[in-house]
Design a protein around this ligand. Structure first.
Ligand code: MN
Length: 321
């Protein structure tokens, strides 16, 4: 998905300056963002109170939306730099096309993982024939300096490992959880998992005390470390935890996101992650002049133009809240 916000703001994130070393419970409220004419998403990251969770730098939750007889998701070709995108669905399907020639439908429980390296472009759309409901999350992961210009590529994994308990099925989207390892390629220590809880569940997940974590509530009625979480909200959990207590009142869906605090400071604007204002300005100029980001074939519509850059350039720095 693209950041379609026409007033894209330059945001500076990363750095260990404000990652708490101990467990915390910060409930993050979503910001509603309009994507195109009909789709509204709830943006959890970046958030006023929290910019990153490990290398996770962007989280949108959308749906469930009834798109029967409607176009559904229609995100025209747009560029990315310095990040990976994760498409994760609970309902519906999304057709992905990119400038490396990928054309892939992603369905619930399947990982669509695009690694931009220095430059890629892609489109995402609900196929003409689509399910009635669309419900999912779109997430970005910042690439560390050493891998920022890795060869752009797309991975699709339909058979992800799971961790099963009587009241919980955890699907490992990226990284490792309780000994189960996702086949998706990662470039810094992190984890992403989908948690499917049965009504009445009272259980705990093993965590890595060196990671910081958050839980995104997707559906149902659940509590995380004693805090009730509503669908579309996210609970930030800090570091220093060896396990995470979970309870479900009804059947519930959660996403666990975590990682080693991202030490590098980054600059994020529109669909780009760079290290300086110059990186960002160059990427914007290259997209607008049709160079570097390649071409998405087969999408019925024009590419997305970039918004205007903000007048005041920012340098990356820490301790920004
Ligand atoms: Mn995108």
């Amino acid at each position: 998905m693209s950041n379609l916000d026409r007033q894209a703001t330059l945001s500076v994130c990363g750095g260990r300056g404000f990652v708490p070393g101990e467990p915390v419970r910060e409930l993050l409220s979503p910001r509603k963002v309009q994507l195109g004419e009909s789709t509204e998403v709830r943006r959890l990251l970046p958030n006023l109170g929290r910019r990153m969770i490990g290398a996770w730098a962007f989280v949108d939750h959308y749906g469930p939306d009834d798109i029967a007889g409607e176009p559904g998701m229609q995100v025209p070709p747009h560029p990315h730099m310095g990040l990976q995108t994760v498409s994760w669905l609970h309902e519906g399907e999304v057709l992905h096309r990119d400038s490396t020639g990928s054309r892939q439908t992603v369905r619930p429980g399947e990982l669509g993982l695009m690694t931009s390296g220095g430059a890629i472009s892609h489109s995402e759309e609900s196929p003409a024939e689509h399910a009635r409901y669309l419900h999912g999350a779109q997430l970005w992961i910042a690439l560390p300096e050493a891998h920022r210009t890795v060869e752009p590529h797309f991975q699709h994994h339909a058979d992800l490992p799971t961790v099963r308990a009587p009241v919980l099925t955890a699907t490992v989207i990226l990284g490792e959880l309780d000994g189960a390892l996702s086949p998706g390629t990662t470039y810094s220590p992190l984890v992403g998992a989908d948690l499917d809880l049965t009504a009445g569940a009272e259980t705990a997940l093993p965590l890595d005390p060196d990671f910081e974590y958050a839980v995104l509530a997707m559906s149902g009625e659940a509590s995380v470390d004693g805090v009730p979480v509503q669908p579309g909200s996210m609970l930030y959990l800090g570091c220093g935890r060896t396990e995470l207590p979970l309870r479900a009142v009804s059947d519930a869906g959660l996403m666990l996101l975590g990682g080693e605090p991202f030490a590098e400071e980054i600059v994020m604007w529109w669909n780009f992650i760079g290290r300086s204002n110059e990186d960002i300005a160059q990427a914007r100029s290259d997209w607008m002049t049709g160079s570097r980001f390649g071409e998405v074939k087969g999408y019925d519509g024009d590419p997305l133009p970039a918004p205007e850059l903000p007048p005041v350039p920012l340098k990356p720095r820490g301790r920004v809240r």
